[in-house]
Ligand binder design. Structure first.
Ligand code: GRF
Length: 192
């Protein structure tokens, strides 16, 4: 029996390099489609990615997001699963409740360390280097009502070298994200 395709939403507010990789991964998939990009930043690079890939965008505004989580819009588009890829706002309870166990995030370090409010982008890598960690990496996790807190699904490490810079570590971590995020999403489709 052929299963119906899953409908995925990507929430992103930055460059969108992960969004790009995920979109490419599912482009000809029989299992899932990326139906929408949800974005809160009118200047985000991900909007260009969406335009190039002909994926609709839902621009969200803070008050409505906090109040409604745009749950109605997502449900009306039959979204089954939400992928955060560089979306910086905390998700409101109404959205987390509506998509319980169906929202994941990727974090550019090995949680539970180097997570929490303010821990994003280069701040994460700077903290890892400052603490003289020997390794960093990525964490893919379910999203709950606390920053970078939900159950961990997958981690992958990379070495932090003696002469590591924020830029060189960011590059390594981004490469891990691009390699593993799409395939981990694919694996989760069975569970949705
Ligand atoms: C990634 O590093 C991810 O870990 C974090 O946000 C960043 C998004 O990067 N949650 P990009 O916009 O996909 O390049």
């Amino acid at each position: 029996m052929t299963q119906e395709k899953k409908h995925l939403a990507i929430f992103a507010s930055g460059t969108g390099s992960n969004a790009q990789k995920i979109i490419r991964h599912f482009k000809n998939s029989t299992r899932a489609t990326i139906d929408i990009i949800v974005c809160n930043n009118p200047g985000a690079g991900v909007l260009l990615v969406a335009a190039n890939e002909s994926i609709p965008v839902l621009m969200v505004e803070k008050k409505s997001f906090t109040d409604s989580g745009y749950v109605e819009e997502l449900k009306s588009r039959r979204i089954d699963f939400i992928i955060l890829a560089g979306f910086l706002w905390k998700l409101p309870p109404v959205l987390i409740d509506a998509y319980h166990g169906k929202i994941i995030n990727i974090h550019p370090a090995l949680l539970p360390s180097y997570g929490g409010k303010g821990m994003y982008g280069n701040a994460v890598h700077a903290a890892v280097i400052e603490a003289k960690e020997k390794q960093s990496g990525i964490t893919i996790h379910y999203v709950d009502d606390k920053y970078d807190h939900g159950e961990i699904i997958f981690q992958k490490t990379c070495p932090v070298n003696e002469n590591e810079t924020v830029e060189s570590l960011a590059k390594k971590v981004h490469e891990l994200e691009h390699t593993y995020y799409p395939e981990q999403i694919e694996k989760l489709l069975d569970k949705i």
